[in-house]
Design a protein around this ligand. Sequence first.
Ligand code: 4NP
Length: 154
Amino acid sequence: MKILFVCLGNICRSPLAEGILKHKLEEKNLEAVVESAGFESFHINEHPDKRAIKVAKRHGIDISDYSCRLFTTEDFDKYDKIYVMEAANFRDAKYFARDDNDLEKIEFLMGVIHGRNEPVPDPYFGDEDGFEKTFQQIDQACEKITEKLANNKL
Ligand code: 4NP
């Protein structure tokens, strides 16, 4: 299984999701390709936001060497699932999709828990507490993804 997490900047939510899921899969000895990308070029090649690195570190996860890259159409060829954080990301990913097969790969991250399209709000313009909330929300979704992977139900 190949999973891509996508947000706007690829420096807060999607690198957190990448780090959290990789960590859970390692703990459970499960195999999957997990990466992240963004739609906005502000931070290309930069490492994640310091606050995202800090909250991940507090939970025993090192995302400090990840670097920001943009989503491309080829990502539909490389990945089985493309998890987006919110409606704007969904719309942007849809714009890149070439056909129904591509479209079917796009899902809201929180949809894995609730089966509905609740957003993971953007913590970038908020304070550090917001990053802990973001971490917890993404962690719940990644727990569910891990369960589904373990049971071959993703
Ligand atoms: P992310 O957060 O999409 O979770 O990485 C953001 C990061 C940077 C910006 C916006 C959102 N920005 O405007 O630079």
